[in-house]
Every structure is written in C-alpha cells, then in structure tokens.
Design a protein around this ligand. Structure first.
Ligand SMILES: NC(=O)c1ccc[n+]([C@@H]2O[C@H](COP(=O)([O-])OP(=O)(O)OC[C@H]3O[C@@H](n4cnc5c(N)ncnc54)[C@H](O)[C@@H]3O)[C@@H](O)[C@H]2O)c1
Length: 262
C-alpha cells in the first residue's frame, strides 16, 4: 500500500494510535499534517496544535489546513474520565465539525476515517439516542446534549462511540461528502496498549478490560490499528463506504457469538 503524493490530516498525532498512523503514513510516502492539543515529542510531518473540544478550536484548525487534502483520519479521542460533556465534545462534536469543516478542502474521491471502538457495540440496542445525536448539526452544546439524552460520566465513552458508528453510516450518504465522492468509514479497535487503556481501566474497571483481552489472547498495539486506518484512506478501499472494520483480534465476533447464541 503506497501513499506517495497523498496528503493526510491525522488527529491525535501526539500519542498511541494517531502517532503510529502518522509514522506509517510517512514511511508509505504520504505528507502528514498532524493535529493534537499536545505537541508530539518527535517531529512527524507538519504539526498543528489545536483543541477539538470547542467550536472555536475546530474553526482554528480548519482555517490552518490547505486545500487539496486526500484524507482525514479522526483518531483523537478521550476515555470518559474527563466527564460526559467533554467526552461528547471531543469524540463526537469536534470530530464531526472537523470533518464537515474540511469537506470543502478534501479532494474529489477523498476519504474520512473515524476511529470508533468495540465499546460502541451497543449502537443498535441504543439506536434512538445515537440517531438523535448523530443527526444534530453544527457544534451542539455538549452539556445540554448530555443532560437531554441521559449521558453520564460513566456511560459517556461507549455512548460517544455508538454515536460515531451511526454518524459514519449517515455521513457516507450526507450530500456534503457524497457529492464529492468522499468515502466515510470507521475502524473499531479492541483494547490497545496506549496511554488511554490505563484510563479505561479506571473508567470501565480492570475486570471488563481483562475479560475483553482474555477473549482474544492479547491486547492490540497501535501498530495493529494503523495499517487498517491507512488502508481505508487509500485507493485500495475506493469501493468501501459507510462501513466499520472491527480491528480487535476477534472480540466483536466473540461478543456476537454470545449475544446471538451462535
Ligand atoms: N487504546 C485503546 O484501547 C482504544 C480502543 C478502542 C478505541 N480507541 C480509540 O482510539 C483513538 C486513539 O486512542 P489512543 O489509544 O491512541 O489514545 P491516546 O490517549 O494515546 O491518544 C489520544 C490522543 O488524542 C489527543 N486528544 C485528546 N483530546 C484532544 C482534543 N480535545 N484536541 C486535540 N487532540 C486531543 C490526545 O492529546 C492524544 O494525543 C481514540 O479515539 C480512542 O477512543 C482506543
């Protein structure tokens, strides 16, 4: 998979999956514009400091990005530890606002790749809430949205990923993207050894995280996830649109087998 001549915008570039995605994209010949609220400790292409948790932060990032980008990788995310409103703001509203703001700067037949999670597994079960929030336009007030939809600090992370999975499906058919042939897909990792996993242990509990890891034998690494994100950015995925790729060692299959009594 070669990415020569392509320019990728990658959020969450200072750590974990975003950092590995940027490293691999550079190795495959891409130009990278990395975004994070924290400066990476090593240079990884061009870097733009920015905060995805507010409308102003997103507007600043959009204004600084040139026309003609090939793909946007929405990797940045928070664990839920900072509360429901902040988690919704970063994982959903900031991600959507950035994607919609950059749509005019994405080339024809470009790509958006969202990093969701196996934590969003319950989206079908909770479809009314996920649909209502995924359909909200602009950058909604995250405090209001959390209150209106019963999103608590405890469930904010899984709910944010449920909404993101639903928005990925909707966005593939949203005229803003579809009119330019921009594909919108997601990758859902299982537990991956990065700094956020330590926070998941605090928010979700060790037994949940260890239970998920034992279902598949080992935790993932950022290097397991990065190639799949870049595949979805590449022309090799030119007919893949509005879908989610589970990248979890078989965790989703294991849950499906249990839930569907296979
Ligand atoms: N690690 C896992 O177990 C796991 C599992 C499933 C999904 N994910 C998802 O993968 C993505 C990447 O996570 P990771 O494991 O690399 O975690 P990480 O904590 O190592 O990296 C997240 C990055 O996002 C950045 N970020 C957070 N809030 C931001 C904001 N407001 N503005 C700009 N940047 C911001 C952070 O500074 C950090 O560099 C997240 O969306 C996460 O939900 C991770």
């Amino acid at each position: 998979m070669m990415l020569f001549g392509k320019t990728l915008v990658i959020t969450g570039v200072a750590s974990g999956i975003g950092r590995r995605t940027a490293e691999l994209a550079l190795q495959l010949g891409a130009e990278v514009i990395g975004i994070d609220r924290t400066r990476p400790d090593q240079p990884l292409g061009q870097f733009l400091a920015g905060d995805l948790s507010t409308a102003e932060g997103v507007a600043g990032i959009v204004a600084a990005i040139p026309d003609g980008i090939d793909a946007l990788c929405n990797v940045a995310g928070v664990s839920g530890q900072t509360g429901a409103a902040h988690t919704l703001a970063v994982n959903v509203f900031g991600l959507k606002a950035l994607s919609e703001g950059l749509a005019p700067k994405l080339r024809q037949a470009g790509a958006v790749v969202n990093v969701a999670s196996i934590a969003g597994y319950g989206w079908r079960q909770n479809i009314a809430r996920a649909r209502a929030i995924a359909r909200m336009g602009g950058f909604p007030d995250p405090v209001r949205a959390a209150l209106d939809h019963g999103i608590t600090d405890a469930n904010a992370y899984p709910v944010s990923k449920e909404i993101l999975l639903v928005w990925t499906i909707l966005a593939a058919h949203q005229p803003l993207f579809r009119a330019k042939g921009i594909r919108v897909n997601s990758v859902s990792p299982g537990p991956v050894t990065t700094p956020i996993l330590t926070q998941f242990r605090l928010v979700l509990g060790d037994s949940k995280v260890d239970g998920d890891i034992s279902r598949v034998g080992r935790p993932g690494t950022a290097a397991d996830i990065a190639p799949v994100i870049l595949f979805l950015c590449s022309d090799a995925a030119r007919w893949i649109n509005g879908t989610n790729i589970a990248n979890d060692g078989g965790l989703e299959a294991s849950l499906n087998a249990e839930v569907l009594d296979l």
